[in-house]
Design a protein around this ligand. Sequence first.
Ligand code: FES
Length: 90
Amino acid sequence: MNFVIRVRRAAGPGAHVFWQEFAYEGDESESVAAALRELNARTPLTDLNGREAPPVRWECGCACGKCGACAMRVNGLPMLACKAFLGPLG
Ligand code: FES
């Protein structure tokens, strides 16, 4: 299944904030964390417009929903990236 992963980005604190979109082909049962890991494994990582992009910075710890390190907003709601699955989000 094809997804578009839209990431809110900034070069640093106080820097211009912008959205960047990435094409992702995966299974509905994959987590947001798995999708982000796959994006960051790409060399180079390019966005939907073909522009090279720096890796997506985020934190991950236990990868099983216990530590909270991967907490982020997904579709505007607070979620754990390791427990948020692509299918219900699409
Ligand atoms: S990495 Fe620990 S809760 Fe997601």
